[in-house]
Design a protein around this ligand. Structure first.
Ligand code: BES
Ligand code: ZN
Length: 881
């Protein structure tokens, strides 16, 4: 086990002394003692190799045999610990090393390296799991061609899979065993290696690529769940087609395989030609999956498929460059989903995720640049900043360059770096060269942490017909970075005229403004628009064109006008959110004094008009009607956060809206109920369900008997999981007594379905009631729970700590103590899942003093424990720093 807390620094990068050209693996599978033979063709790569010392990394790795160029290595010529295999004297010329190791897959609860999920052998190697299979140069800049032979008992594992194309298979006569050989011709880093062996069901299909090759597609799952893979297969074909159409990228092997497993630390993994998925991102049918689940399956299938080019064909030089594959691939999957569904609604959803996950990270102790410069434990850097902000940076690049130059830059990137391990600098240079622009200032988006704050102020001079817009930007200090420089920030905008159309102007001075985009590059800039015919309402940051906080002195009347008339859907939604947020902030402060602010009747009126505006997509209307979450409000407050006051303020505003719209909700619900029909997961139908469920939620906010009865009927008559779950969620979130019977009915109906039981666990864990903590503790002993399965853990404990603001943040500190106890226990078995749960503490300093004290005590108690995993140690240390 790794115990040292060595820091890795970007500036220390050195090319590997040796490299590996080919890897021949042989797996002889057995539950407690799998034998792995790795034959490595190694050669010197830098002058350093002349020193003759070769170090291969391990992690709990058990050496059973070692040969160099066919001869056993004498004991005095090497040393082997679980972490490191050192050969003291190797040739300064190409040689072959044959390493034999033994792996206990059954005992592997970390789910890194080779492990078993419900009996199926599978692997997870990113970022540093391959070293748990064999000693290796386990770093992403060592690219090798892999051939994998797998041998297993035929009854246990009729299916044998590895990366690449199948080359050979057969029985081993008289043994009941068989084997298969796979060859992957594309050089790849070890983190992309995968192997699966087990007894699985399958669905198959085929895809003809743009150059006319037929690719065989297979999705494996547990027997009996094949029908639930159909939507994933459809999403895969659409992803393959989209990448050809939009990026000109074609799949490169003869076969593409996805395997769904039920024990998986992450969402899914892009291993070359053999993606391994958490089954929750593969399986979907109307009775068990919600519309959101369908959208997630589509998005994750696309994401992992898109990695074939952005991640696999071009990989990362080192783990500091993680955003090079993850941020870019998130951008690509977001674009895919936008093209498959509603672009505006997808953008709102993505920005909500960014603001809910990345903004708090960027504003707290775990803040780091999109490309970090130091890490202790890389698995803690698969963060919202690397992923979501990383995607925003690519999106800004496209906004700044325009679609044509953006595509040229992508083409050049593939042309230059295919088959290589690249850096952020390589990526940016492709765009700079393709478009003939200087991206030096833009590079700061990769190196400066913190969410920039932009302050805007507008002034109209009617006589002179000029509009002056002054903009300032500042980036707050973050851990390890105090001084920041202004960044190149694209601000998409419009000057809304009295009839809602954008006003034209004759000239603009004070900065570069092109194609409705202001290029903010200085700390402070004033733009003067000449020839503006009327006082404009500034609509700034349309489509959320940069990941910043925008403060603008704008009146309630102007915001209401934006809600009604902005021709940018995102900003219509944003204006409604801003209005609601203003009320919620005032309301939270008022709670302390036992009062509540009045609600602007015009706000309720505007929301009602959105509700009934059939020209707008139902999914969009649903988004506008949903208030900022409790966590959103806490983030906006930043100091002395009292989650109980926030929850009370939010309840009060919901009630005011529900009461104000009383006459319009029931008829709207009835109208939307007319076309329910049979279930289809398409975006249009999903949008109508979303609006109907949002309306129901508002109806129940009044807690009237009629509304509660309506919600119960909604549950009983639902013909799909979206509606059923919405009804239980609404009754549970309102902490209504009716919830108990409905939760039980929901549980009993799906007692054998682990993925649906996760929804039930999540519902139980998020009830805003003082009984919930005890309920969560007792559910840890429920037969439907499983102490080692990451999905169960996240559904119960993750939802409690991450999505139940009032109960996790109980004023007596019991929520924090519970999470600390739970984490200390889980850390012994699954460090990655543990450290991810602890991220729920990331905003502890923003709490009011009593809760802050309790949270700090719980964190310090974890920090004092002996034998913490490096993952948990790293998160806790940085959270407390
Ligand atoms: N490469 C990652 C999987 C991964 C994450 C491996 C962390 C090791 C550590 C994969 O491509 C990924 O990003 N998966 C996401 C889902 C995706 C849709 C953003 C995940 O697993 O959460
Ligand atoms: Zn990814």
């Amino acid at each position: 086990m790794k115990t040292d807390a060595a820091a890795f620094r970007l500036e220390d990068y050195r090319a590997p002394a040796f490299t590996i050209d080919t890897v021949d693996l042989n797996f002889v599978l057995a539950p407690k003692a799998t034998r792995v033979t790795a034959k490595l063709a190694i050669r010197p790569n830098t002058d350093e190799a002349a020193e003759g010392k070769l170090e291969l990394i391990g992690d709990e790795t058990v050496l059973k045999g070692l040969k160099l160029d066919g001869a056993s290595v004498p004991a005095d010529q090497y040393s082997a610990t679980p972490d490191l295999l050192t050969l003291h004297r190797v040739p300064n010329a190409p040689f072959t090393l044959e390493i034999e190791t033994e792996v206990d897959a059954d005992a592997n609860t970390k789910l890194m390296g080779l492990y078993r999920s419900n009996g199926t052998y599978c692997t997870q190697c990113e970022a540093e799991g391959f070293r748990r299979i064999t000693y290796f140069l386990d770093r992403p800049d060592v690219l090798a061609v892999y051939t994998t032979r797998i041998e297993a008992a035929k009854l246990d594992a009729p299916i044998l899979l590895a990366n690449g194309n199948p080359v050979e298979s057969g029985d081993i006569p008289g043994t009941g065993r068989h084997f298969a050989v796979w060859h992957d011709p594309f050089p790849k880093p070890s983190y992309l290696f995968a192997m699966v062996a087990g007894d699985l069901g399958v669905i198959t299909a085929s895809f003809r690529t743009m150059s006319g090759r037929d690719v065989e597609l297979r999705i494996y799952c547990e027997h009996g769940k094949e029908a639930r893979c159909a939507y994933a297969m459809d999403a895969l074909k659409r992803s393959m087609k989209w990448d050809e159409d939009v990026f000109g990228l074609e799949y490169d092997l003869d076969i593409f395989v996805i395997v769904a497993v039920s024990d998986f630390n992450m969402g899914a993994m892009e291993n070359k030609g053999l993606n391994i998925f958490n089954d929750k991102y593969v399986l979907a049918d109307p009775d068990t999956a919600t519309d959101a689940d369908y959208a997630n399956v589509e998005g994750v299938i696309a994401h992992e498929y898109f990695h074939n080019w952005t991640g696999n064909r071009i990989t990362c030089r080192d783990w500091f460059q993680l955003c090079l594959k993850e941020g870019l691939t998130v951008f690509r999957d977001q674009e895919f989903s936008s093209d498959m569904r509603s672009r505006a609604v997808k953008r709102i959803a993505d920005v909500r995720t960014l603001q809910a996950r990345q903004f708090p990270e960027d504003g707290g102790p775990l803040a780091h640049p999109v490309r970090p410069e130091i890490y202790h434990e890389i698995s803690n850097f698969y963060t919202p900043t690397v992923y979501e902000k990383g995607a925003e940076v690519v999106r800004m690049l496209k906004t700044i360059l325009g679609p044509d130059d953006f595509r040229k830059g992508m083409d050049l990137y593939f042309e230059r770096h295919d088959g290589e391990a690249a850096t952020v600098e390589d990526f940016l240079a492709s765009f700079a060269d393709a478009a003939g622009v200087d991206l030096a200032q833009f590079h700061l988006w990769y190196s400066q942490a913190g969410t920039p704050q932009i302050v805007a102020k507008g002034e109209y001079d009617a006589d002179a017909r000029t509009y002056r817009l002054s903009l300032t930007q500042s980036v707050p200090p973050t851990p390890g970075q105090t001084l920041k420089r202004p960044m190149h920030t694209p601000i998409r905008f419009g000057l809304m005229g009295p009839n809602g159309e954008d006003l034209g102007y004759e000239t603009v001075s004070g900065g570069r403004v092109e194609n409705d985009v202001i290029h903010l590059t200085e700390a402070s800039q004033t733009l003067t628009f000449e020839g503006v015919g009327a006082r404009p309402v500034p609509s700034l940051l349309r489509g959320f064109s940069a990941p910043v906080r925008l403060a603008i002195d704008i009146s309630t009347a102007d915001l209401l006008f934006q809600v009604r008339a902005d021709n940018d859907a995102f900003n219509r939604w944003q204006a409604a959110q801003t209005l609601a947020m203003r009320n919620l902030i005032a309301g939270t402060a008022a709670q302390a004094k036992g009062s509540a602010p009045s609600v602007e009747p015009a706000l309720i009126e505007a929301l009602g008009d959105v509700l009934d505006n059939d020209l707008l997509e139902p999914a969009f209307r649903a988004q506008v009607l949903q208030l900022p979450s409790e966590a959103d409000i806490a983030r906006e407050l930043r100091h002395d956060v009292d989650p109980d006051a926030i929850a009370a303020a939010r309840r009060a505003l919901r009630l005011a809206i529900a009461t104000g719209l009383q006459d319009r909700l029931q008829p709207r619900y009835a109208a939307l109920s007319e076309d329910v029909g049979t279930y289809s997961p398409d975006a249009g139908s999903a949008g109508r369900r979303a609006l109907r469920n949002t309306v129901l939620d508002l109806m129940v906010a009044t807690r009237s008997q009629d509304a509660v009865a309506q919600a119960l009927r909604h549950f009983e008559t639902a013909n799909n999981m979206t509606d059923r779950l919405a009804a239980v969620g609404i009754l549970s979130q309102a902490a209504l007594p009716e919830r108990r019977a409905v939760l039980k009915a929901f549980h009993d109906r799906y007692a054998d379905d682990a993925l649906v039981l996760d929804k039930w666990l999540m519902l139980e864990a998020t009830v805003p009631s003082s009984e919930t903590l005890e309920r969560v503790q007792s559910l840890l002993r429920h037969p439907s729970y499983s102490a080692n399965n990451p999905n169960r853990i996240r559904a119960l404990v993750g939802s409690f700590a991450g999505a139940n603001q009032t109960q996790f943040n109980r004023v007596d500190g019991a929520g924090y103590e519970f999470l600390a106890d739970f984490a200390l226990d889980l850390d012994k078995r699954n460090p990655q899942t543990t450290s991810r749960l602890l991220v729920s503490f990331r905003s502890w300093r923003a709490l009011e003093p009593i809760r802050r004290g309790h949270a700090e005590a719980a964190l310090r108690r974890i920090a004092r424990a002996d034998n913490l995993s490096p993952d948990t140690r790293d998160i806790v240390t940085r959270t407390l720093a």
